[in-house]
Design a protein around this ligand. Sequence first.
Ligand SMILES: Nc1ncnc2c1ncn2[C@@H]1O[C@H](COP(=O)(O)OP(=O)(O)OP(=O)(O)O)[C@@H](O)[C@H]1O
Ligand SMILES: [Mg+2]
Length: 494
Amino acid sequence: MRESIGKFRIKFSRSLRLDLFLIICLVGIIPGAILSEAFLSNYEKKAVETRIRTAKEQCLIISDHLYQLGYPDAAENGTASSELALISDLYDGRVMLIGPDLKAVKDTYSRCEGRYIVSAKAARGLLGESSSEYDSDSRMIEIVTPISARDAEPVGVMLTYIGTSDIASVLENSRKLCTLLLLALSAIALGIAIVVAAKIIGQFRRLSASVENIRYGFDEEKISIFDYRETAQINDAFNQVITRMKNLDDSRSEFVANVSHELKTPITSIKLLAESITAEPDAPKELYGEFMSDIIAEVDREDKIINDLLSLVKMDRTATDLKIEKCDIDTMLEGIIKRLMPIADRDKVELIFETIRPVIAEVDETKLSSAFTNIIENGIKYNHEGGTVKITLDSEPMQFVVTVEDTGIGIPKEDIPNIFERFYRVDKSHSREIGGTGLGLAIARSSILMHKGTVKVDSTPGEGSRFEIKIPLSYIVAPASEAVQENEAKEGRP
Ligand SMILES: Nc1ncnc2c1ncn2[C@@H]1O[C@H](COP(=O)(O)OP(=O)(O)OP(=O)(O)O)[C@@H](O)[C@H]1O
Ligand SMILES: [Mg+2]
């Protein structure tokens, strides 16, 4: 378990750090790199276009000038030469003037003068076609400008090669700057990822450490890691689990203590009775008989506790397999009352049954009738001579209502929330006298909750008690735990 927690933590922290870095990269660095590359290439494109446009205009002016001065003789003219030298200096390039026979008349590099220039573009220039082209490898712009009057046949061609090294160096510097910026951004992103991940992982480590501490016992204090809303939610959920586990643990211990105590009491009495009778070998036969019937009563009591416990356990275990059938509740209640009549007669308590509306409902008859039997029996048991227990059956749109109202001893207000607890009895000595294990209402409540019903108690000590049970007419198929929680909430129970 520990290893698995450890493994889980290491895997989680690594992936979280990596994930954060990847997210920062994806949303920051990679788009930044793409954007900067797009910006740089766009800049190069625009700068080259501008360069071509201006150079073309200048070439056109010079070619016009050359034509007006009388080409090809004008090529040697001082003004034209200086204009050509200026343009080649300005753009760090080369200008060649080509005659109608494709022979180079002038070359600012003085390399090709007098030579034939074999170039398709130059030939097309002589046909009046001007063109421009950028060679991104050599970073040179080639401009072909025919030397001619407007709409006249060209007398020559001006070939201009323009360098773009200044654009390239601006581009290079910008690229270096962008790379530096991206590197700085990556370093910052990595730093942020490490810090944020460390903070988050720290939270989970603390949470995991607290969980591990709690594994060694519920005595640990509650976890309190509230830096982030998400961790606070996990924290709260975990604390609720701890509280629930503590409550379960407490109730389990209490239950075990109660069971042991309840089971021990009749055995102690049996032992005492047996010892007393053994100590008096000459005791009369009648006394023996009296002791024996006391022992039998205690055995019966022990038997009842065990049976009640078994039916309570069975109720928990078989929460999902109720035998739901259509049942006439009126007839069911009449049957219960008939069975309880002898006890009521013995205790001189009057049983009154009133059906306001007859009810047919989908219930597990056995389980529900044991619940009603217990509640009605309590009304008789905790009553006075001459008292009454009034049972009423009524129906509401979706549920039926059974009320059991007695004129008995009543239940103190502070005891009402506890009477459904296992083994809880208000007046232990009196209850013992009356007889009972304190399991009856716990069993009844389980059965009612299994039917997704509710039970409400009103009582005034000295005046009597009123139990109101509401059960859905049709059985609702819903998770039992949900129904229990809902009902607990309806009852205002923790
Ligand atoms: N109608 C009532 N009037 C007064 N007190 C009641 C009434 N019903 C229940 N109680 C009190 O609630 C306690 C719990 O009732 P519950 O039916 O669970 O146990 P019990 O009657 O003592 O024993 P059991 O039903 O298991 O034989 C009773 O001991 C009694 O103190
Ligand atoms: Mg009872």
